[in-house]
Design a protein around this ligand. Structure first.
Ligand code: AVJ
Length: 319
């Protein structure tokens, strides 16, 4: 085996816990290895996956309005959670660059690789721009903020990434964000709205099966990194949307009774026929929920910037 199988990682522990109980689950944060990043890039191009295009159109249309709120300050920070390739943020950065704004951009991402690429490309496109990448997970980055907290801050949390948290966890994350900010600082947060359930479900069950591969990739990753022997053909990608709570949940359903061995854990896991592993939640909101969520986590909603169909919002909040 060419990989050194380690059982002392967070991934190993989480897989062991997640597959041991009766309600099996794996966290969607483990989707994003190299292959997963690639698949997610493909998802963003899918005709059914409206989220990215909608948010892009919002930023194209409203970036001036959004940025007016912070351009008044002589100097400011722009902090971005989960910056990734920063493609959407470039709309904002380009505008700030042309306005000769005095700011520092702090992209936060767990992938140092992606951040390096982003930094290089920003220095080419916008020479002289101040970029200070932070390689970290959300939690650590918010615990000890590396940006100057005396300077006015706009924090970006785009892409509906907050949707991966169920309500209570979203409140926890947003409270952490609030704690990392000062009175008067702002956050721009991307939320996908509740809408026709069919449109939502299709976004997570595309006709080319890219989302299916994305979901199954978590099993591939267990096979590769932990020496698992999952047979991918024996699991079915099964997304469901609940229009009451707005949760779109994805599952991998075992098509047969089977046993899987994970070498690194020295454990075997039994799957009953039709037993499901819960892998992801993508929560959809309505406007009343947004107001509640903001209030619960210590913010006020300043303005909602929406696309023309009302599918998505970048919601501007102030602490
Ligand atoms: C990156 C978390 C916003 O939930 O819509 C896309 C991830 N999962 N297709 C989402 C995802 C399946 C995506 N987020």
């Amino acid at each position: 085996m060419e990989y050194s199988l380690r059982k002392d990682t967070e991934f190993a522990r989480d897989v062991s816990v997640g597959l041991s109980g009766n309600n099996k689950f794996l966290s969607s944060k483990y989707f994003y290895d190299h292959k997963g990043d690639e698949l997610f890039q493909k998802i963003m191009q899918l005709p059914e996956y409206y989220l990215t295009r909608k948010e892009f159109s919002i930023l194209e249309e409203h970036h001036r309005c959004i940025m007016e709120r912070i351009l008044d300050f002589p100097e400011f920070n722009m902090v971005e959670m989960g910056a990734g390739d920063g493609l959407k943020t470039k709309i904002l950065l380009e505008y700030l660059y042309n306005q000769k704004a005095n700011f520092t951009y702090y992209p936060i991402d767990i992938s140092g690789n992606v951040l390096k690429q982003l930094e290089t490309s920003l220095h080419v496109s916008y020479p002289g721009i101040e970029v200070s990448p932070i390689v970290s997970n959300y939690k650590n980055a918010l615990q000890d903020p590396l940006w100057n907290r005396k300077t006015k801050t706009l924090l970006l949390f785009l892409g509906a990434n907050i949707g991966n948290f169920v309500w209570d966890d979203a409140v926890k994350v947003l409270r952490k964000i609030a704690r990392s900010l000062q009175e008067g600082d702002m956050a721009l947060i991307g939320f996908d709205f509740k809408k026709d359930p069919e449109l939502i479900l299709r976004a997570y069950d595309d006709s080319q099966g890219v989302t299916k591969d994305f979901n199954l990739n978590i099993l591939t990753r267990i096979n590769k990194e932990l020496g698992g022997n999952f047979d991918l053909t024996k699991f079915k990608h099964w997304p469901v949307y609940n229009p009451v709570n707005g949760e779109c949940r994805s599952y991998l359903v075992s098509l047969v009774e089977q046993e899987v061995t994970i070498e690194a854990l020295k454990q075997r896991f039994k799957f009953k026929k039709a037993e499901a592993i819960h892998t992801e939640v993508s929560k959809k909101y309505d406007k009343d929920e947004l107001l509640l969520l903001a209030e619960d986590s210590g913010f006020e909603v300043l303005e909602n910037f929406e696309d023309c169909d009302g599918y998505f919002t970048d919601s501007l909040w102030r602490k």
